[in-house]
Each structure stands twice: as structure tokens, then as C-alpha cells.
Design a binder for this molecule. Sequence first.
Ligand code: NAP
Length: 488
Amino acid sequence: MCVLLKSHWLRRIISPSLSHSGILAIFGWRMLTSVQLKTDLYIDGAWVKGEKTLPVHNPANNQVIAEVQLAGDKECEAAVTAAHNAFPSWAKTAPRVRAEILRKAFELMVAESDQIAKIISMENGKVLSDAKGEVAYAAEFFRWFSEEAVRTPGDFRAAPSGDKRILVTHQPIGVSLLITPWNFPAAMATRKIGPAIAAGCTMILKPASETPLTALWIVDILERAGVPKGVVNLILPSKTGEQISKMLHDPRVRNLSFTGSTEVGRTLLKESADHVLRTSMELGGNAPFVVLEDADIEEAVKGAMIAKMRNGGAACTAANRFIVAKKIANEFTTKFAKAMSDLKVAPGLEDGAQLGASVSIKERNKIAELVDSSVKAGGTLTIGGQVPTGEGAFYPATVIEVNKENPILNHEVFGPVAPVVTFETDQEAIALANATEYGLISYVYSQDLKRAIRTAEAIESGMVAINRGVISDPAAPFGGVKQSGLDR
Ligand code: NAP
């Protein structure tokens, strides 16, 4: 079945009458190009059906936008076999060829960025400006790794004994299982696929079940860019835990790259131990945003808005706890709350929308529960905190002043909620920042660079942004310490 839509009709895709298990064809910007949005699984270079289908919802109105195929055991097994069979020749393919495929994928992604951004916004709920930012960031992983593919370093050195030489070379590891979350459905996929293609690995991508359409589009781009059959496969398991476990126990799978919650990451690490798989784990965060008393408050508020509200707060890098010097807390909180309350809350595709829906009602309700329990524990709402009436998984921008025992400080909120806690000394700020099992990223604001660096170095996190609200860059290593993950 095929439904044709003109670009300015795109929003009709949310009509339940258009939900189906076939192919949605979306005509591109100004009708210059046409690209089909796939809903089938991609295995061994073919688009195939699975054992049943899964509806994908638009969280802004809870309507079904498409039905995608779910893989049974047979399709999961076929994906591993395809990746395994494709590996020997792909590993030997010239780096220049792999680089050019990635470069082509980058160019296609940029050319189709408007359509991809709309799909992200529809299935994830984020506003179009965030979705466009994500597509640009995601495409950059293809460009960066197309450039890296031809620069695999090695090492040649004399042994200390002087009688021999040591030659170090890098080899592709083999079949890689890539599992991604719903919050950045494009960027988390390209961040894994780009380096795997560059290195000569073959792979099985498993996107989050809430947001598979973006990943399907990206795999379609890779096919059009010339990725040989079997190198990239995409499955959506019908029984995620059971089928992924089986794959992790298949000796042909050699590598797991997972981005998602710490809870699921722990389970997958245990599963990976049985076959001593190489793992890259990008897990949860609970980022402190520390504003020292000599910070430029206007700049800190601007940075806080970016660090908190990019992606509606649903980012592992999102500022999750605002730790503010007592002397300036009142001014900071007043200005920050004003900027938060000025945001236009609306469906992601609506003009001027600045805060969209959460990915689902279930995720929205989790946010609401955290805020309600924080208030019960003594937190004071400055703004927000009420679930809006009406359809869609919306939650308002919320600022809540809490003391350092408040339970919200121990949870990754993953929504537009900013708890503010105050401190007297820099040592106390550092202790508060480190009072968490997580250690992905932190933010420090101070006009004294020496003081900022001293504080940054004392905070236990894989990355620190000083006087900045955003840190991610495809060219920079990315990752956490403590329970925020392993590897970069
Ligand atoms: P999640 O629930 O852990 O799910 C992530 C992925 O794991 C999804 O594809 C999910 O599939 C899959 N999954 C769930 N249970 C599984 C199991 N038992 N075995 C194998 N796979 C399983 O996380 P999420 O809610 O999608 O994403 C939010 C989390 O991701 C947050 O904690 C956030 O901090 C983290 N994150 C971290 C980074 C980073 O770089 N550190 C970046 C982005 C997000 P289904 O959808 O089928 O359940």
C-alpha cells in the first residue's frame, strides 16, 4: 500500500486512516524529490516483513502515524547471518570506498533534512527547530567518519630490548549490535553507524520502538549511498529483551554499542559478559549545572536554557540539577523561571513551538510523578508543575526550589523540569554535584577561569562544559564515568 503526500500536506500523515503496514511515500520539499519512508525490516539488503506490526504514535495527539514491521526469531537470526556473511569482504573493502559511501550518506541526509526533521518531530514530539538541529548533528557523524575512515592510525616502535620491532595495527571488530534510544533517533543511530562503517564492521541496528521511522529513513539513505547488502541491517524485535539476549549469546556477534538507560545498560553488560563482548555503553545522566557566585548571571541563564531545554529536557546531557550560589540564587532563579515560562508549548510542527510533547503519555506521567513527589518532600514550585488538560503528552516548563535532601535530585528527569538547590561554598557545590551515581556531563559557570577549572576538575563527570550550555561535537570524544557508561 502506498500513500502519496505533498510536502504541505505532511501533517495529514497523523490521520489514523493513513496508518498501515506498507510504505508511506512523502514528497519532498517543493516537490523536487520523492523519497519513500520504509516501514519494513532491512535484512541482507532487502526490505522484508516480520511476524507482526507495531503502531508508531505522534505523542502530540496520540494518533497513529505508521505501522512498522516487528522481527520474529527468524528475522533476528537472518540479520545476524547477513552481517556475519558480509563481514569478511566488507572488512577488506578499501577505506576510500567506505569513506565515499559515508560522504554520500552525509550529502543525502543534508538534502533530505527537512523531511527527516519532520519525521523526528512527529514520532518523538520534539519541536521542529530541535529536530532540524538533530539532523544537522546526526549528518555530521557521517561526514566526520567519512574523513576518519581513511586515517586509521597504527604504531611502529622499537622494543625496549632493541632486538625487535613492535607493529600495532587496527582491525574491524566484526558484527556489531547497535541499540539506540528514542530521544535522539537520528543522532544516536549515525553516531554508531558512522564509525562502524568507517572501521569496516558490519552491523545490526535496533532503534527504540517509539521512534523507528527516523532510523528506517537513515538506513534507506545508506542503501541509496551504496552500502553493500548485509553490512547494515535493521530489526525491531517483537520481544526485545529475549531476542537481544539471544543475539548477545550468538558467538558471531562481537560488539555491543548501547545508548539508553543505566538500568537496561546494567542488564546488557551482564548479558555481554557471558561471551566477553566488547561493549560501548552510553547510559543515563544527572548533570549538575553549577553557578558559582561570580558567574555572569545573564550568560548563566542563557546557558541554562540551552542545557535544560534542548530537546525539551529529554537528553542525557540535559542539566538536571541547578546548583546555585546562595548569594545570587534569587536573581538567577527569577530570570531563569521567566525565560522558561516564556516558552511556547505546542505540537512540534506548529509554527513557533519551543517546547513540544514528551515521547509518550507514559514518559510524561513519569515526569509528573517526579515533580509531585518532589513537592510532597518540600519542594516549592516557582513555575509549572501541572499536567495540562487536553490531548498529547505535554508537560509545562517547571522550576522547583528544593533542599539538598529532595528526592528529585537523585533521578534523571528527562523532561522540562529544573530543580534548583543552593550552596554556600564551592566545596559544598562540588559535593552536591558529585552526590549521584551518574557522571556523564556537568556545567560550571564562573567568570574566574582558574576557579571554574578547579571546580570542573573536582566534579566526577566524563565531560565538563565551562560557561557553555552545549558540549556535543562529532569530532570530540563523548562518554561518562561512574554509572553513566563505559568507552567513548
Ligand atoms: P531505554 O529504555 O534503556 O531503551 C534504550 C534502547 O534499549 C531501546 O532501543 C530499547 O528498546 C532497548 N531495550 C530496552 N530494554 C532492553 C532489553 N532488556 N534488552 C535489550 N534492549 C533493550 O532508554 P530510553 O528510554 O529509550 O532512552 C532514555 C535513556 O537513554 C536515558 O537514560 C538517557 O540518559 C539515555 N541516553 C544516554 C545517552 C548517552 O550518550 N549517554 C544518549 C541518549 C540517551 P525498546 O524501545 O524496544 O524497549
